[in-house]
Design a binder for this molecule. Sequence first.
Ligand SMILES: *Cc1c(COP(=O)(O)O)cnc(C)c1O
Length: 403
Amino acid sequence: MSDAFATLAVHGGESNDSRVRPVNPSIVTSVNYAARFGDIGYSASATVDEGAPFAYAREGHPTGRLLEQRMALLEQGVDAVAFASGMAAISGILLHLLGPGDHLVVSDVSYAGTAELTRGLLRRQGVEVSIADMSNLGAVRAAVRPTTKVIYAETPCNPIMTLADIAGLAEIARAAGARLVVDSTFASPAVTRPLALGADFVVHSLTKYCAGHGDVVGGIVIGRDAATIDALRREIGTHLGGMLSPFNAWLILRGLETLSVRMPAYAASALRVAEFLERHPFVTAVRYPGLPSHPQYALARRQMASPSGMIAFTVQDAAALGRVLERTLRLITYAVSLGESRTLLLYCDTADLQRTTFQLDEAGQARYRAFAGDGLWRMSVGLEDPSDLCADLSAAFDAAGGA
Ligand SMILES: *Cc1c(COP(=O)(O)O)cnc(C)c1O
């Protein structure tokens, strides 16, 4: 088959050897699969021989398998394992790769669930955790120890839209004998292929851009080495049990089919909105990888096929804006999450994040505050007409006192 992204997003992983071929993927909801006597043992991961690839749906099912194979193709990986959520995928790969005494280098700023996991559960499991500014290769190199097993990066990075240089991090990981895991949720495989840049594993919250419709939660780990993915499936999927359901896998497959047209559309709109924000006097700073003002614009051009739909910005008076949102916004919704048809806006209060989630040292806080100040607004630009989005924002800024 062609290896063009748009084609793989629609056809990747399809089989053509069966006699009955529904044109579109079906949901196979069966919990169990008929087997021959002797083919199945008692072990919880008792499957899988060539003739009978499925036995019990927690270990795998045809709808999830199609999603895994398609995502592996889209990310130029070898194999993948899908989970019930992005956090199940992230905790799964980290618990699989790390044990007591192992050292993890993780980004100083990241998705809240990841930050809290690495500072909480992983530390309680005896993993040593260092935080580093992932946008600074020197800082990452300095954080590496002889016991470093994993470098974990997110790019673009939630909520502040800094980037991590994946190829640079991969070199550091290789030299240290560590694995590089990249959370590429904000990019999606239509924008960045971390494995091709040297990462060992990519994780996604499929909930966001990949599924794309805000109606399903899912996650995935994609790797370059089939044996590790297989071990991950048995250890984390089978034993911890957080596998993706067939129905959710089917919804995500359906969303993936349009990823190659959605991502450029989000990016084109987001650029218009980001330019509007940059010109507006109520807005004090904008960070968007598609703007030349982004401090890592050159890296964005190198590493991202398009700048995605996520924007961070700060305003003159966040409290005033917060007070007028409900009566001024017509289209934009104040809500968590991202990567769906509807445009979403969220305020990230710096003191609150620091208290609950990041726990940065003084230098880390100073770095974060240099852009975010007391708080930043994170916007996930959807598929509405960008002029309507700018009008919505304009009305809110005017009412908040920025006219
Ligand atoms: C949402 C998100 C996650 C967690 O994914 P869930 O599907 O909500 O569990 C992880 N990383 C990033 C960057 C995210 O945006």
